[in-house]
Design a protein around this ligand. Structure first.
Ligand SMILES: [Zn+2]
Length: 114
């Protein structure tokens, strides 16, 4: 009769902090430092604030700069295997990025624009 517990020496448990890579700047960060984006079955992109949505996912830092890069260079499309971003999604992502603020980007052009 088989005894229920096989003695495999599996005591080696790494304490693994999940790391994810931003698709724009390619920096790895602990998962919660990044925003997860998910492509759903119909090819639309959602911001996955719970981290639980099913689908192909990509991560971006919480820096507007990375979002800008991802949207401009089609990095996001590639990461999510999309042929193109739906215009509404693009808007939504832009708006989200704007809400993140970008301390690094606001230096030059904004000054004259009032
Ligand atoms: Zn980044």
């Amino acid at each position: 009769m088989a005894v229920g517990s096989k003695q495999l020496g599996t005591k080696l448990r790494h304490k693994h902090v999940p790391q994810r890579m931003c698709v724009a700047c390619r920096q790895s960060e602990a998962k919660r430092g990044l925003v997860r984006l998910v492509r759903d079955a119909s090819g639309r992109v959602l911001i996955d604030s719970t981290g639980r949505l099913q689908g192909r996912g990509a991560y971006l830092c919480q820096h507007a700069q990375c979002w800008d890069v991802a949207l401009r260079r089609r990095t996001l499309e590639r990461a999510l295997r999309l042929e193109g971003l739906h215009p509404d999604d693009r808007e939504m992502l832009r708006a989200f990025a704007a809400g993140l603020g970008s301390p690094m980007l606001t230096q030059t052009e904004q000054e004259t624009d009032k």
